[in-house]
Each structure stands twice: as C-alpha cells, then as structure tokens.
Ligand binder design. Structure first.
Ligand SMILES: Cc1ncc(COP(=O)(O)O)c(C=O)c1O
Length: 377
C-alpha cells in the first residue's frame, strides 16, 4: 500500500529530538524553529515528559469515558489555575479541528443559531465546521460549503458590527494571532469591541488558541494581551507536546447536558499524563516567561537584521510566534535553511517565514538562528 500523497515533503527523515534540536537518520543535527508545526512546547523528548508518559503507560494507557478518570480532573484543576480560568469547564478531545468543531456545536446548541463570523485568512482546521470557518476555498469540499459563515476583515470592527446587529449570529471565532494567515495580530480595540458586541447581540465569542495559545505568545493565552475573556477557548498542538490532544475551555454560563458532546479517545489516561507533564515543565522551567523574553530578543535581532537585509520587509509577532515578510518566495530561504544551514522554519502564504520554536528556545539558539538565516538571505 502507498501513502495517500497529500503532503509535499522535504527529503529529510527525522529520527531523534532533544530540546530545540532534531537529528536525521544520517546523524545530521538541525535547529528547530518550527516545533513540528507549533506542537513541541516543552522541547523534544523532555526527560520529565518521557518519565511521566512511560509511568502512565505501565499502569494503564486508555479506558473509556464511561468511568471516572481522575487524571482529567487533575488536568482541569491545573489548567484552570495556570491559565487564569479556574471557573471554566474542560472538555477533552484529540485535535484542534475537533476542539473547534465542539466549540461551534456547543455555541449552536446553546443559542439555537447557525450563522458564524470568521476572519479573512482564518484557519481553524479541516473537519466539517472547522473547515467551513476556515477562509480557504481550496480546502472546503462541496459537502462542507453549507453557507453558515461570513468572513470579515480582521480588525475592521464596523464590518463585524454590521453583521452582529442582525441578531442571528451564533458565534464569532477568532485567532488573536493568525497562524496560517501569516502572523496577523488582532488589535486590542477590535477584540474588546467585538467582545462587547457579542455580549450585546447574544453571540458566543470563541477564541481559537490552538496555535497562538498555551504560552507561545508570552502570556498563557494570546487573547490575554488584549484584555478580553472569551466564552469558549480552544487549544491543541502544544498541550501534550506531540501526544494528539485538544481541549475546549467553557465558561461557567454553559450548562453541560449529558450526551450532547462525546468522544471515544478524548482525555484518555495517556493523553492526560502527557498534558500534566507539560504543565509541570511549564511551571518548573517558566516557559511562558521564557517565550516572552526570548521572543522579544529574537524579534529585536530580526528587526536589526532587517536594516541590512533588503529581502526582509517586515518582522512581527508576539513571544515565540513570529512572522517575517520577505520580498522573495519563502521557499528560496526555507529550503537552503534546511539543507545548507540545517535549520527548520515554518511558512505562510507565498513569502512569509513563520517561526514557531519550542518554548524552551534560548537566546543562544536565537543567535544561532540569526547567523544561519543571514547566510541564506
Ligand atoms: C489556529 C488553528 N486552529 C486549528 C487548527 C487545526 O488543528 P489540528 O490540525 O490539530 O486539527 C490549527 C492547525 O494548524 C490551527 O493553527
């Protein structure tokens, strides 16, 4: 059997990782400024993570959601405390798309409406509702194009108000820092205005923190830079450092109804052990603060580089979520970065380089990246 060939691949076979480094099958070391697409939060193969996941596997890896799983309760408690959302409720699933799917379902169950507002260039996943709120016609299959969604320009509050005041909008879904869209930041004025309008018109505000959340922006959630408090928050990617897991944080105003949401694998013992180990390391290694400090440092260094490197048009981001606009296709930089300089980066659009390293990146790693980046420009 062949693999279903939907991914254009780099010709590199990664077999080992440690911290912010990965190695290929020939023993070549690479600096990882991509984190396996923003998934590696505490660093590759962290010893505490390995220990906790191994210990859990030796006890039990999985049992169904029809019995008590105290690890889920522990995770809800820890996550509530560390994120500042103690009073919220937690629903656990297996991916980012599933988190958004459940968030949108819950919104619609709650207010009975079916319209959703989403931002231009938004990316929210590939399952039916998640892909419908994603602003990319190329990945929306005809079966998913069900007319629920209006896409509006990010930060254009009057455009959103025009739709919200019709009184029929179920939910607004927003990435406070767009990832796939090219590291575009929502403004405080926009986010606060949107929150107010949502409350006024009975619309549920969902913040998709799957890429920009969980410490990456230098606060636990990116929306916390904007002083808003969404009704629902979705997370995935870094929450279990590569173990497939997603979660929905739900305001106390939502009352749970038996059977309304459900999943076989979501919140299984192994996933919870991985997620708890991640939070342990977040606390012991101050990774949110590290993301802010090293992120600021890297952004400053990149802005300095911009003064001498004409290919760099703009540098923006928060914490360790950084976009670099180039005046050349990103592949002209990304490919030599991998093959000559042995450094992984992400991308967006045709000419944006996206940096999403593990949150344990050091200033020395950042310097190393700058040196290698300079060589390929
Ligand atoms: C902001 C955002 N939302 C949702 C998703 C979908 O997550 P998953 O691929 O785990 O379904 C992604 C993935 O890149 C994302 O960046």
């Amino acid at each position: 059997m062949n693999l279903f060939d939907v991914y254009p691949l780099f010709d590199v076979n990664i077999v080992k990782g440690k911290g912010c480094k990965v190695w290929d099958d020939k023993g070549q070391e690479y600096l990882d400024l991509y984190g396996g697409h923003a998934v590696i939060s505490i660093g590759h193969s962290h010893p505490h993570y390995i220990q906790k996941v191994t210990e859990q596997l030796q006890k039990i890896g999985f049992y169904s959601n029809s019995v008590i799983n105290k690890l889920q309760v522990q995770l809800a408690d820890r996550l509530g405390r560390i994120s500042g959302y103690d009073d919220y409720q937690l629903f656990l699933i297996n991916s980012g798309a599933e988190a958004n799917e459940n968030a949108l379902k819950l919104a619609s169950f709650t207010n009975g409406r079916t319209r959703v507002l989403s931002a231009e260039k938004a990316f929210h996943g590939r399952t039916s509702l998640a892909v419908e709120v994603t602003n990319n016609p190329k990945i929306i299959a005809p079966i998913n194009a069900n007319g629920h969604v209006t896409y509006l320009p990010l930060n254009d509050l009057p455009a959103w108000e025009n739709e919200l005041k019709k009184g029929d909008v179920c939910a607004v879904i927003l990435e406070c820092i767009q990832g796939v869209g090219g590291i575009k930041l929502a403004t405080k004025e926009f986010a606060q205005g949107l929150q107010k309008l949502c409350k006024q018109h009975g619309t549920i505000l969902i913040c998709d923190e799957i890429q920009c959340g969980y410490g990456r922006s230098g606060k636990f959630f990116a929306h916390q830079w904007l002083d808003i408090r969404p009704d629902i928050i979705t997370v995935a990617k870094g929450i279990a450092n590569g173990f497939p897991m997603g979660a929905v944080l739900i305001s106390p105003e939502f009352k749970p109804v038996y059977g309304q949401l459900g999943t076989t694998f979501g919140g299984n013992h192994l996933a919870c052990a991985a997620a708890l180990a991640v939070l342990d390391v977040f606390e012991t290694e101050n990774l949110v603060e590290n993301a802010r400090e090293v992120g600021d440092y890297l952004i400053e260094k990149l802005k300095e580089l911009q003064k001498t490197q004409t290919h760099i048009q703009d540098v923006r981001g928060r914490g360790l979520m950084i976009g670099i606009d180039l005046d050349i296709p990103h592949k002209d930089v990304r490919v030599p970065l991998i093959h000559q300089e042995h450094c992984f980066t992400g991308c967006a659009g045709t000419n944006i380089l996206r940096l999403l390293p593990p949150l344990c990146l050091t200033k020395a790693d950042a310097d190393e990246f700058i040196e290698r980046f300079q060589k390929v420009l």
